[in-house]
Write a protein that binds this ligand. Structure first.
Ligand SMILES: [Fe+2]
Length: 154
């Protein structure tokens, strides 16, 4: 089994995750203002649900940071904005951003695996949630009748 991770390394990954999840809150909220057309109501509802879920994830990550006795970052992750009001472009941007968060949760798991049941369980739950989310977005990016995945699984 690899040596126990340094606390600073774990906190650093958690802080990047906090920033990424907070960026998700802003990004999904921003997108939700820009949906026009017949599909607006369900799409706005879905985008706001994603904003709420990102906020919940950010709160869970932040609680872990203070549980470890560290200081939560007040910064925010990169906000991609291609200034598009096209839902497909929003979904492609969000797939990319969610892929980054997923990689960070995998980094967290690799650090804590075998050393902290609580953090390991948390990382696995979040990987599960983010993978399911990416799968849903991928299906939304397919054309009706198209079976092949839009992008390879992250
Ligand atoms: Fe998330």
């Amino acid at each position: 089994m690899p040596a126990a991770p340094k606390q600073e390394e774990v906190v650093a990954v958690l802080n990047r995750l906090l920033e990424a999840e907070l960026a998700g809150v802003v990004r999904y909220t921003h997108y939700s203002f820009l949906v026009f057309g017949f599909g607006r109501i369900p799409i706005v509802g879905w985008l706001r649900e994603q904003a709420n879920e990102s906020l919940l994830h950010a709160q869970q990550v932040g609680e872990w940071i203070t549980t470890l006795g560290a200081y939560p970052s007040l910064a925010i992750g990169p906000l991609l904005d291609s200034h598009q009001t096209d839902v497909g472009a929003m979904l492609r941007e969000s797939l990319e951003a969610e892929g980054n968060a997923l990689r960070l949760y995998r980094d967290l798991l690799a650090l804590v695996e075998g050393h902290s049941v609580g953090l390991e369980e948390f990382a696995r739950q979040m990987i599960h949630a983010e993978e399911m989310h990416a799968a849903e977005v991928d299906k939304m990016l397919r054309k009706p009748g198209q079976l092949a995945a839009f992008a390879p699984p992250p």
